[in-house]
Every structure is written in C-alpha cells, then in structure tokens.
Design a protein around this ligand. Structure first.
Ligand SMILES: [Zn+2]
Length: 346
C-alpha cells in the first residue's frame, strides 16, 4: 500500500464550492461514489482542485480532507427549473431596497413539524433505531490503536442481537458497558436535537413551470397587491454568490406515520400534506446566529430576478406602480400582469 499524501487544512472558499459542485462523483475518473466510500479532497501537483475516489488517490498531491461519502438528503433541481416566490408588495419593495433575501429561523414557521424527526407516537421505534446505529458506531470506531472497521454483517447482526438481549434482560457485563455508552450518547443527542430548529434558517421557493393560482391565494395576505418573482435554480445559486454554506434543494414529502426524517437532515423533510407547495429551499445552519429570528443574505437582484409577475386580481394602475418602483431601483426586468388575468374566449 502506497503512503497517503500529506494532510493539510487548506480549506478555501473556492475548494468548498468545488466540493459542493462535484459532490457525487470522482473528478478524476467520473465514477459515482457509493455510500461510506472513502473520498479524498485536495490539490493536485499543479495546485488545481481534486475530489478523488480511493483508486484515484495517487492523483492527490495534498489532501485537505478524507471522509466517507454520504449521499445528499435532498435533490438539486435542474439549472433551468423555474422557482417562484409569492409575496406582498411591501416585502417586494423591502427586497429591492435591501438587495437581500431573508432567511427565517425554522422554529418561527407555522408548521410544528418543521425540524421534526417524526411523530411523537413513534418515539420508541426511533430510539431503538438510534441505539442500533450508535452500537454499530461504537463497534466500528477506531479505538485503542485499532483502525476503523467497516460495518460488516457480523457487526450489524451482533448489534441486533444486543437489542434482543436488552428486551430479554440477558445482557452480559460487557454488553452493559457498551449499551450504557450508546444510551448516554443517544440521550445527549435527544437533548440537543430540538435546538437545531433555532439555528436553521430557510428561504422558500415554489418549483413550477407555470404560475400557480393556489400560490397566489396562499402566499399573499392581500392578493390584489401581490407579486411573484420568477427565478431559476441557477439564478438563485449565482445570486447568492455560490455561497458554499448555503444548500439549495427540493423538500422531500414523506409520511411521518411510516418514516422518519434523518437526524441531521430534518430541514429537508415535510409531511405529504404540504406536497402542493413543491418547495425548494435555500438553507443555512449556524449555531452562532441562534439568537436571531432571521438573517439577510445579500443578493445580486439583477441575477436573481428573471421576470416579475403581478397578481391576477391587481388593477392596471398597480401593475404600473410595480414597473415604476422596479425601474427606480435600477432593475430592467420584464414585468407581466399575471397570465391568469387574461380574458377567456368562449
Ligand atoms: Zn476515481
């Protein structure tokens, strides 16, 4: 086995962007990474970036991080996918004035399941699966000079057998030590889990090739004075300056009676009853901001805004007002009266 290249922590913003944009594939051979596969992020001899699979690691001259690949919990929409934000006129003007997108803290959203793992009635089953995962983690961890072990079938079978011995009250003394460690960690995680809602900040969009009548009704307090901004996934990503600390993706709609959201990915799951929102969200997590109700991220509005639509129930004078204000803020954008306002031909 050849020696691994030296490890540094030269983690620049550009390298983070490179990692985000090449998250799933080896940049040397193009192979798609498998879950838990060892990956190597760093620099080639010519100082260009590389994110390599284990077979291509000889191309890495300087490693910044090595880690086990895990698939993202969310899908990224295609670059050209249309995203809409329906908002009141006052919020629209505030956006023009501040040249920023407002990210709201998830604990302030109306949906109480925002940031939830699942439904409370299923707590026992969640705790059991968490205990299983932590037992496996302890049994494979690199401790006492031993290298990290892969989670083999023998190890996962043994973890299941331990759970069985807990139920039957037949744990050995060694089992008990291991279970106590795993349970203590599980309890610590349970204690901090709800805090994630306090430092997860989200900016929501609706993905749709067309305008949505339902969204006009839902997301404007006064529909006759409402606006919808149309952007695309790529415009949103570029307008936020490719910020590598912001993730943009589609919400997964699931049945919480049957499944759980991931422990570290609750922000990407909602109940099926919200599926009509077809939500794409930009997410920022950082405990340093937990005292704030929200964060404004500066955006280049000229990049962000593709077109501006004015509510179907707005009068013509209001459409003119939107045009006037938008141009006063120096934006040269097409402003359309909603397609839904067009007269039918019978
Ligand atoms: Zn490769």
């Amino acid at each position: 086995m050849t020696e691994l290249p030296k490890m540094t922590l030269r983690f620049s913003r550009e390298l983070k962007i490179f990692l985000n944009e090449n998250h799933d594939n080896c940049t040397s051979c193009g192979n798609h990474f498998q879950n838990n596969e060892l990956t190597h992020l760093g620099y080639k001899a010519d100082n260009s970036f590389i994110y390599a699979c284990n077979s291509c690691r000889h191309n890495v001259a300087e490693t910044v991080v090595r880690y086990g690949y895990s698939k993202r919990s969310y899908e990224i929409p295609p670059n050209e996918a249309y995203l809409w934000r329906y908002l009141d006129f006052s919020k629209f003007v505030s956006m023009l004035f501040k040249k920023a997108l407002y990210f709201t803290k998830t604990s302030l959203f109306k949906d109480p399941f925002e940031g939830a793992i699942g439904i409370f009635d299923n707590k026992k089953s969640y705790d059991r699966s968490m205990l299983f995962a932590l037992l496996v983690a302890h049994m494979t961890a690199p401790i006492n000079g031993r290298e990290a072990l892969p989670p083999s079938k023998e190890i996962t079978d043994e973890a299941l057998a331990i759970l069985d011995r807990i139920d039957k009250n037949t744990l050995s003394a060694d089992d008990e030590k291991l279970v106590a460690k795993a349970q203590a960690l599980s309890q610590q995680m349970e204690d901090v889990r709800p805090l994630r809602r306090e430092y997860t900040f989200v900016n929501c969009w609706h993905e749709n090739p067309y305008e949505s009548d339902a969204m006009w009704m839902l997301y404007s307090k006064d529909i006759s004075n409402a606006i919808s901004i149309r952007t695309t996934y790529q415009r949103l990503y570029l307008a936020l300056d490719k910020d590598p600390d912001i993730s943009i993706g589609r919400i997964n709609y699931i049945d919480f009676n049957k499944s759980f959201s991931g422990t570290n990915s609750t922000q990407w799951y909602k109940r099926f009853s919200f599926a009509h929102e077809k939500e794409v969200r930009a997410v920022f997590l950082n405990p340093n901001y937990k005292e704030q109700p929200g964060i404004e991220f500066p955006v280049d509005l000229d990049i962000l805004i593709d077109k501006i639509y004015v509510s179907p129930s707005a009068d013509n004078w209001f459409v003119d007002l939107v045009k006037d204000i938008t141009s006063k803020y120096g934006l040269d954008k097409e402003i359309l009266h909603s397609d839904l306002a067009k007269k039918p031909l019978y």
